[in-house]
Unconditional design. Structure first.
Length: 228
């Protein structure tokens, strides 16, 4: 269903592919080496390969629902992310995200809801001086189950003093959409990360935007939704 702006009281942001642009560098490098005769869309193929390498949980949750393994995959993803010890290799920011967060600050309480470990998540936020914008930082180890379970979104809502239904979960993968919907929140899918429009819609995105940077103007009433 379409995004209801009037319901939104608080914002939850994913990190990988939503605030952080870390993997575009690897995608562009890998795409140059893929054989054009075998790969119709090298950039798309490279992005999928990087997703499998960097975030196997995201890749697993992108499998078709028809296999009927949602609960089993969610349990596996939760187990994998809670045991990750990987640090950020390259720190890059999605263009315009820092200015957007600065403009939204004070208008809405905001949370980070990441499936990364706490050390890596905070290192990224501190590096770009984004930490002060967020009222709560939820990582893979904050609650018992990480995304795609609803626990992180529900916890973030509690810490911000709102109901989950008053939140919007903003992310680039099906894990973000699933977690938001399971918590009762609205969801915005962004296309600056791993996710593709069709799969984000299938898993419940109420709105699709090309970039996270567009969230600010939308919520401040300066623009209208581009992808209904």
């Amino acid at each position: 269903m379409p995004l209801e702006l009037s319901r939104i009281r608080a914002l939850c942001f994913d990190v990988d592919g939503t605030l952080s642009d870390t993997d575009d560098l690897y995608v562009s490098r890998l795409a140059r080496f893929l054989p054009r005769l075998l790969v119709r869309d090298p950039t798309r193929a490279a992005r999928r390969l990087v997703m499998w390498i960097e975030s196997p949980g995201n890749a697993l949750m992108a499998l078709p629902d028809r296999f009927g393994l949602d609960k089993e995959l969610a349990a596996l993803v939760n187990w994998m992310y809670r045991r990750r010890r990987k640090r950020w290799k390259t720190l890059l920011l999605v263009p315009g995200v820092d200015a957007m967060l600065a403009r939204l600050y004070g208008h809405f309480p905001m949370a980070v809801v990441s499936a990364r470990n706490e050390q890596g998540t905070r290192a990224f936020l501190d590096y770009f001086q984004l930490t002060s914008y967020f009222d709560v930082i939820v990582t893979a180890h904050t609650v018992e189950h990480t995304k795609p379970y609803p626990d992180p979104v529900i916890y973030a809502a509690q810490q911000m003093g709102v109901s989950p239904e008053a939140c919007v979960m903003i992310g680039d993968t099906t894990m973000d959409m699933r977690a938001g919907k399971a918590a009762g929140a609205q969801t915005i899918g962004v296309l600056c990360g791993f996710g593709e429009e069709d799969e984000l819609r299938r898993t419940g995105a109420d709105l699709i935007l090309d970039s996270t940077a567009q969230v600010g103007p939308l919520l401040l009433g300066e623009t209208r939704p581009e992808h209904s």
